[in-house]
Write a protein that binds this ligand. Structure first.
Ligand code: ADP
Length: 367
C-alpha cells in the first residue's frame, strides 16, 4: 500500500465496489493496522480505517496531517518523511508511523500507517532495567571481593600480633615485670583477638555465592548485624534498640544479602548521628507486618536527616555526602530488596532524623 508513487484503484461511481476494484475506504479497512490517507497540499484527512479513528480519533487535529504530527511531535514542523515513533497521550501506547505516497484517481495522497510497537518498547524497558540490576549486582560483587581481600590480608598480621603479645606476656610473667605492662599487654591481646573475630565474620559474610532464599527469622539476621557493628556503636556511646515482635513471621530471603542491607542501613544511621549530642542519640530497629502482609523493617535514627534534594537522589548510584563515601550502598540495598520482590523506602523521622526501611515477603507458602 504505502509504496511511493503507487496507484490506488479508482473508486467506482457508487463510491464502493465497482468491477472488482475496491474503493479507498474499503482498501484501508482491509489493512490490519491503523491507516489513513491525507490530501497532498492541504493535508486534510481524506479517508481513514476504523482502527485509525479508534486509536487516533482522540488526538486533537487528527483530521489534518500537519496538526497531527505537531501534536504527536511537539516542536516538529509537521514533516511527514521517514519513520517516527510516537506515544499517544490519551492511551499511552507507542506507534511507529510510516508515511508513503500513493495516487487515488489521479490525486496524490500521503498515506499514513501506524504500527503498534508498545510491546516491543516494554520489552526494551524491562531489558534496560535488568541491565541496570546486573550492573548493581556486579558492583555488589566487586565490593564483596574488596572486603574479602582486605579481610584476608588483615588476618595474617592480626594473628602475628596476637602471637607476639602472647610471647611478650610470657616473658613479662617469667621476669616478674611491672603489673601495668602486663595489664596493657592483656588489653592489647583482647583487642587483637576481637579484631580477628570480626575479620573472620567479615570473610564469611562476603563470600561470593549465588543467592539462596529460604525461611529466616529477622531476629537472627539483626543479631549478626548488630554484633558486627557493636564496636562502632560503643565508640559513639550509642545503644541500639532492637524492637522485633516475638511472633514476627519468618521472611523468605537470602540471609547474607539481607544482612548486607541491614548492615548498610544501621551503619549509615550510626554515621548520620556523629554530630548529634550524645544524650539525643538513639537508634531503633523495628519490624512489623504491614498492610500488604509483608514484613517491614525500619531503621530509625536521630541524625541530620535529609533535604528534599538529597531525598530525590538517595538511591542513585554514587550519590554521597561523605568525604570518604562511595555512594553505592543504598543503590545496592535497593537492588537486593527488589530482587526479593520487596520495596526500599525513606521517610523523615518524626522529631528529626531519618527512617530507612524495606519490605520482604513472608516465608509461609513460598517454599
Ligand atoms: P555512602 O554511605 O557510601 O555515601 P550510601 O549509599 O550508603 O553511600 O548513602 C548515600 C548517602 O545517603 C550518604 O552519603 C548520605 O548522604 C545519605 N544517607 C544515607 N543514610 C542516611 C541517614 N541515615 N541519615 C542521613 N543521610 C543518610
Amino acid at each position: 500500500m504505502a509504496v511511493p508513487g503507487g496507484t490506488l484503484p479508482r473508486p467506482g461511481a457508487d463510491g464502493g465496489q465497482s468491477g472488482g476494484t475496491p474503493s479507498l475506504d474499503a482498501l484501508l479497512e482491509a489493512i490490519p493496522i491503523a491507516c489513513a490517507a491525507f490530501q497532498d497540499g492541504s493535508g486534510q484527512l481524506v479517508a481513514g480505517n476504523r482502527r485509525y479513528h479508534d486509536q487516533f480519533g482522540p488526538v486533537p487535529g487528527h483530521v489534518s496531517r500537519e496538526r497531527l504530527m505537531r501534536e504527536l511531535h511537539p516542536g516538529s514542523t509537521g514533516d511527514t518523511t521517514g519513520r517516527r515513533d510516537v506515544r499517544l497521550p490519551h492511551n499511552g501506547r507507542w506507534y511507529s508511523l510510516h508515511w508513503g505516497r500513493v495516487e487515488d484517481a489521479g490525486q496524490p495522497l500521503d498515506l499514513l500507517s501506524a504500527v503498534d510497537i508498545s510491546e516491543r518498547i516494554e520489552v526494551l524497558d524491562s531489558h534496560k532495567s535488568q541491565q541496570e540490576k546486573l550492573l548493581f549486582t556486579s558492583r555488589l560483587m566487586s565490593v564483596g571481593e574488596m572486603a574479602a581481600t582486605l579481610a584476608h590480608e588483615l588476618n595474617q598480621p592480626l594473628a602475628a600480633i596476637v602471637n607476639y603479645l602472647n610471647g611478650s606476656l610470657r616473658l613479662v610473667g617469667q621476669a616478674g615485670g611491672p603489673v601495668q605492662v602486663e595489664r596493657a599487654l592483656q588489653a592489647a591481646r583482647t583487642q587483637a583477638e576481637h579484631a580477628s573475630a570480626v575479620i573472620g565474620r567479615v570473610r564469611e559474610f562476603v563470600r561470593a555465592r549465588e543467592p539462596r532464599r529460604s525461611a529466616h527469622r529477622l531476629g537472627g539476621i539483626a543479631d549478626t548485624v548488630l554484633e558486627l557493628l557493636r564496636l562502632e556503636a560503643e565508640r559513639q556511646q550509642l545503644c541500639i534498640e532492637l524492637a522485633l515482635p516475638e511472633d514476627l513471621p519468618e521472611v523468605y530471603a537470602d540471609r547474607v544479602m539481607v544482612e548486607q542491607v541491614l548492615l548498610n542501613l544501621v551503619k549509615n544511621a550510626i554515621e548520620a548521628m556523629r554530630e548529634t549530642p550524645a544524650e539525643r542519640r538513639a537508634l531503633r530497629v523495628e519490624g512489623r507486618v504491614n498492610l500488604d502482609g509483608d514484613v517491614e523493617v525500619r531503621v530509625i535514627d536521630r541524625g541530620s536527616g535529609l533535604s528534599k534534594a538529597q531525598q530525590d537522589q538517595l538511591f542513585s548510584p554514587f550519590f554521597t555526602t561523605k568525604a570518604d563515601g562511595l555512594g553505592i550502598g543504598l543503590a545496592i540495598c535497593r537492588s537486593i530488596i527488589e530482587y526479593h520482590e520487596g520495596r526500599m523506602f525513606f521517610e523523615p523521622a518524626p522529631g528529626g532524623g531519618s527512617v530507612f526501611g524495606f519490605t520482604l515477603p513472608v516465608a509461609q507458602g513460598r517454599q
